[in-house]
Design a protein around this ligand. Structure first.
Ligand SMILES: *[C@@H]1O[C@H](CO)[C@@H](O)[C@H](O)[C@H]1NC(C)=O
Length: 441
């Protein structure tokens, strides 16, 4: 009976938990997001203001929850938005308000958005149909959000019937790879997904996707896709492609680079265009490749104590250019210690964009006993690499002070012995001579 009741209780508990979990996940309420309302004021000669605001997010326009609509005292009620986001992109947990005491916060900025037809070659066809602008006559906003720990970046365009402060998300573009590190020569995926409100008259008129690359102020097109005619309008990067099926079915506009090169490091901007609207997110790609190490000469020649050996360690094939080279020596006692007196050369760049650098060690072998293990250490953002070689020191060293003292001691003792022996012999020799002399007398 006890077993049965335990099982019964467990079942009940499981069901309760499930109901709670299900109800919370299907809830149309999401955490409110603290945001900055940034506005340019034409009337005030273009001055920009930044005010605290609050975004209440719900996935269903009909659900209004009084509890979640309490307005904090430090926020002007005019700066509170009630946003409907059926795709729940803005409900991500990384956008939740920070817990007490945590320093990190999600970032959010909302500002009025100016819709206009694009003049880009692959976007212009979207607006040629002479779409009625009545729908466009509303308050439009654009919100940019960055989740905690860069888990997510979102850019949303919203339409609010004039003066209601109740915007509906019409277009969201987001990425879960805000900052990507990739090894050299591997394929890499830069995530970008978009969602268009299917009930908007702008949906179904076609879309365009554009990926641009930026590095140190210079930009260029990577790939432009015209969703209206379903073709790649332009591509300027070999091996860059999209998942065209996923693009139409799931709004998956992720960029695939089939083979990463050093020159791919930089910022990639994914822009999704609808007629009159566009939203974009930027992601960072860094190609990080640790160095390969080699030691010259290898193997090291045998050294005699006091000889200075010149040893080189060459690091090659690494990126980015951020490397610390050093040397270590592990003697017979098994302890590693750093070696100074090394010089590092300037860097070179190879044809594939990777870097090379070397270090030259002038190794004084007089304090290294009979030898040990010599290691070249390279510390790089892609990982620490080591290369080792063994060092043998042969022959006798110049004697130490203790040895000299001992030798002097031994010499003295020997000298003493010789003295004693020779004195004994010579004195007995005299005795014999004396006796002989006496006999002769
Ligand atoms: C988007 O497409 C790429 C390539 O097919 C795939 O690896 C990735 O998982 C897709 N992303 C989503 C969110 O479906």
């Amino acid at each position: 009976m006890t077993d049965f009741s335990t099982i019964y209780k467990l079942c009940l508990l499981t069901v309760t938990c499930c109901i709670q979990a299900c109800s919370s996940s299907s809830s149309s309420r999401c955490p409110a997001v603290e945001c900055w309302l940034v506005q340019d004021h034409v009337s005030r000669r273009g001055a920009t203001t930044q005010e605290k605001s609050l975004l209440h997010i719900r996935t269903d326009a009909n659900s209004r929850d009084a509890a979640s609509e309490q307005i904090p005292s430090d926020i002007n009620p005019d700066r509170v938005f009630f946003i409907t986001d059926p795709a729940a992109t803005l409900c991500h947990q990384s956008l939740s308000p920070p817990t007490r005491g945590s320093l990190q916060k999600a970032q959010c900025e909302i500002s009025p958005f100016l819709h206009q037809p694009s003049t880009l070659k692959w976007v212009a066809p979207l607006t040629v149909t002479g779409f009625s602008p009545v729908y466009l006559q509303a308050d439009w906003f654009s919100a940019a959000l960055l989740g905690l720990n860069k888990q997510l970046i979102i850019s949303s365009i919203m339409r609010s019937p004039t003066a209601t402060k109740e915007p509906n998300v019409i277009l969201s573009v987001s990425s879960k790879t805000v900052s990507v590190q990739a090894r050299l020569g591997k394929p890499v995926l830069l995530d970008c997904g978009f969602w268009v409100d299917p009930s908007s008259p702008l949906s179904g008129l076609g879309f365009a996707v554009e990926w641009r690359y930026q590095f140190r102020g210079k930009g260029r097109l990577v790939l432009a896709y015209d969703g209206k005619t379903d073709r790649v309008a332009d591509t300027q990067e070999e091996g860059a492609t999209l998942d065209f099926e996923g693009l139409h079915q799931k709004g998956n506009a992720s960029l695939i680079l089939q083979e990463t090169k050093v020159r791919h490091s930089g910022t990639y901007i994914c822009t999704v265009h609808l007629p009159y609207l566009q939203a974009q997110v930027a992601v960072e790609l860094e190609i990080v490749e640790p160095p390969s190490l080699s030691i010259h000469p290898s193997p090291l020649p045998l050294a005699v104590p006091g000889q200075t050996l010149v040893v080189q360690c060459e690091a090659s094939g690494f990126a980015p250019l951020s490397l610390e080279l050093s040397w270590e020596f592990k003697g017979a006692d098994g302890k590693s210690r750093p070696l100074e007196s090394a010089s590092v050369t300037g860097h070179r760049q190879a044809w594939d964009g990777t870097y090379g650098q070397s270090t030259r060690l002038e190794l004084d072998t007089s304090n290294l006993g009979t030898g040990g293990e010599l290691t070249c250490v390279a510390v790089h953002p892609g990982g620490t690499r080591r290369a080792s070689t063994s060092l043998s020191v042969i022959g006798f060293g110049s004697p130490s002070i203790e040895d000299s003292m001992a030798m002097v001691g031994v010499a003295l003792v020997l000298y003493g012995l010789i003295k004693v022996v020779s004195w004994t012999f010579s004195s007995s020799g005299t005795d014999v001579a004396d006796k002989v002399e006496k006999k002769e007398k």
